[in-house]
Structure formats: C-alpha cells, structure tokens
Design a protein around this ligand. Sequence first.
Ligand code: ATP
Ligand code: MG
Length: 418
Amino acid sequence: VIIELINTGSELMLGRVLNTHQQWLCRQLADRGYLVTRQIAVDDSATAIRQAVQDAMARADIVLVTGGLGPTSDDRTRDLIAELLGRSLREDPSVVAHIEGFFAGRKRPMPARTRVQALVPEGAQVLPNAHGTAPGLVLDLPSRRAGERPGLLILLPGPPRELRPMFTDQVVPLLSKQFPVAEPFVCHTLRTVGLGESLVEEKIADSLQRLVEAGLDIGYCARPGEVDVRLSARGGDAASTVAEAERLSRELLGDLVFGVEEEELETVVVRLLTARGQTVALAESCTGGLIAHRLTNVPGASVVLRAGLVVYSNVAKEIFLGVHAQTLAEHGAVSEAVAREMAEGARARTGADYAIAVTGIAGPGGGSVAKPVGTVWIALSTSRGTAAHHRVNPWDRETFKYVTSQQALDLLRQELSH
Ligand code: ATP
Ligand code: MG
C-alpha cells in the first residue's frame, strides 16, 4: 500500500506551528504496519494544495490531507478537492445538525460561515467530528491503472484534538478493512528512563541479534531523559518473535523499563500511587513546578498529589518548608543538606506519604567550579527516611528542567515499584 501525507497550512510554512501531524500520523501508521512513503507540507494557497493532491493521487493508494476544513477564507481544502475530482458539493443535514448542536451546547451563536463545513462532496463518506465542527471526509479515488483497486483520499481537520481521535476511531478501522496489512505485523514499544540510547543498545543488542537475524527490527528513539525501544516484525512468526524480544529486553533492562507504547512516566507514577492509596508532595526549586504540571496532566492526579510547592527563593524554602537559614548559609541552596530539609519539610507539613524536593543550577549563569551549571540535588523523603541524589544535567534551561523532572519522577517510581 502506498500512502502519502499532505499537511496543509500557511502557519506551518511560516514556522508558527510545528507540524506534529506528520510525526503523529506516521507513527500511528508505522505501529500498525503501514508506511508513509512521502510527506509534504504546503501553504494554504489553491495552487499549492491542488498541485500536491494531484501529484500524490498519481502515485498513492491512500492520500491523507490534513487541515483547511474550517470555516475561514483560508480553509480551501474541501472546495479544491471537490473541484479536482469533479464532484459537486451538497449540504449534509446531519452535519448541519451537529454544528448547530455544537454551538447550542456551548451557549454561543452559530456564525453563518460555519455552515460551509456541512458541505460534502458528492459520494464522500462523512467522518463525524466528536470534538469540533468540521467533519472528516473520505473519497474514493479512481483506480490508477485498469484492474487496480480504487484508492482513498482522506481529509482530516487541522486541530490535533479533533484529528487524533478521528484518525484512531474512524480512519484506522477503515484502513484495516479496505487495505489490510498484507502480512501479520506486530510492534511493541518499551519505554525506558535513566540511560542514554547507546547504553540501552549495549545492554540488549547482542542478546537480540539471533532474533534480528530471524526478522526482528529494533529501533531506538532517544528524547531528553528517555529512550524508546521499538520491537517489530512481519510475517507468520511476528507475534512470537516480538514477544521473545520483549521478554529478553525486559530481563536485560530490568527497572529501566517504566512503561509501554505511549505511556508517560507521570501516568505510571499516578497509577502506582493510586494503587497503593498513597500521596506525594513536591518541593520544586529549579523545575519551577514542572513536576506538578506533569502529574496534574494525568486524570486522577487529585487523589495522589497533596501539594506542589514552587520554592524558588531561599526565603520561600524557609517559610514554606522550614529549611534552616543556617543550612542555606552553610551549604548553599543547591546542596544535599538543603534538598533533604526541603523534602522532609514538605512531607511533614503536608502529611503526604512521599515528598520529592529538587534544587539545582539551571544556568546559563550561577555555576562555579564546585557546583557547575547543571548541578542538581533531588531528595525523596518517605516513612523510612530520606535519600538524596546528585545529578549533573548540563543542558539548556528547558531540557534541564525536563530531564530533572524525569529523574525526580523516576526516583519515586523506583521507590513505588519495590
Ligand atoms: P479550523 O476549523 O480550526 O480552521 P482546519 O481543519 O481548517 O481547522 P487548519 O486551519 O489548517 O485546520 O488548522 C487549525 C489549527 O490546527 C492550526 O492553527 C494549528 O494550530 C493546528 N494544526 C493544523 N495543522 C497542523 C499540523 N500539521 N500539525 C500540528 N498542528 C496543526
Ligand atoms: Mg482553518
């Protein structure tokens, strides 16, 4: 199956929006055994969109087009496609009703322009939009050669929170039905934290070599503070090959594996705390609330997160956590002693089962020979005592904060998994 992806939007070409659809859709398809052979981003002009769609239709069985289904004058995709395929547009009453209901439910007047989103090219299948007004559209493409199966042109709305569920819930089933993957395909991703990608590879590559020769494909994807190991195979033995690879990898990587597929570290931490009926409090200096932000992104966090304190200044560490002025003066804010007092203070004052404290030097200024930029102390306080850990994360501020939050969450995860 030849699949091509076209992302439309002048905002992409102006660098105002990162083309996350490209990554997300390719990833979703790849994990299901489909490969995108070509991807292009174009601006909102009629010529660019027309040209891109025409080119893709000449090569591909499936053409995916994102964006430009909205109500504004720069949303041209629907009209252009109808014109290109020689189909007339008709208003779909069920879409009109959906749009009216959408605005009524929000107690807002329905702008007249919104109605164009109910125009559907003749013969197109409508993909209802559960999170917005513009439906997705699926059109049959003429066969490229006599005797070949007709292709599909699939139009999806631009906003990610509309596109993603529509793709997963409606497009994927459609593809599996009309273009089933020829051979069985199995793909599993193990998510690891704590080691760089070459060290992760070093731990597993030799032992998996035998399976690689039998058709296993291993991919490593490194991001700040984490490495994904993607194990996949095709053919009759795919399931057993991947299962064996996963078993071996888990054995060799042990505790480094925190989750599978798209699971995030914060999700795992919330789940482990919930299962134990326990709570955590945070005392964040250099991460500025990022750990709290990540935990509160997880539904159900309110049950496990007692408090998240951003204690950036020395005085805040004293007032809110009871860190001693003398400790600060003697050891400095970025020190093992202060990290310990922060964690213990947070735990004592909130009554949480666990408290995590982080204090560090994000840079670019403020470093010294003894405490270079990137120095971090992370303390975890539990009913069994307090442990402090030293880390050096010499990255830009944003990466520094993320990696530090990752290390802090991982200390708690390790504590909760034993
Ligand atoms: P709308 O009804 O909001 O106008 P639309 O289907 O017309 O939706 P666009 O106007 O192209 O879609 O994009 C709407 C918003 O969706 C953009 O402002 C952008 O934030 C986001 N978006 C669009 N394309 C992408 C993309 N390729 N990657 C990430 N976000 C995108
Ligand atoms: Mg738009």
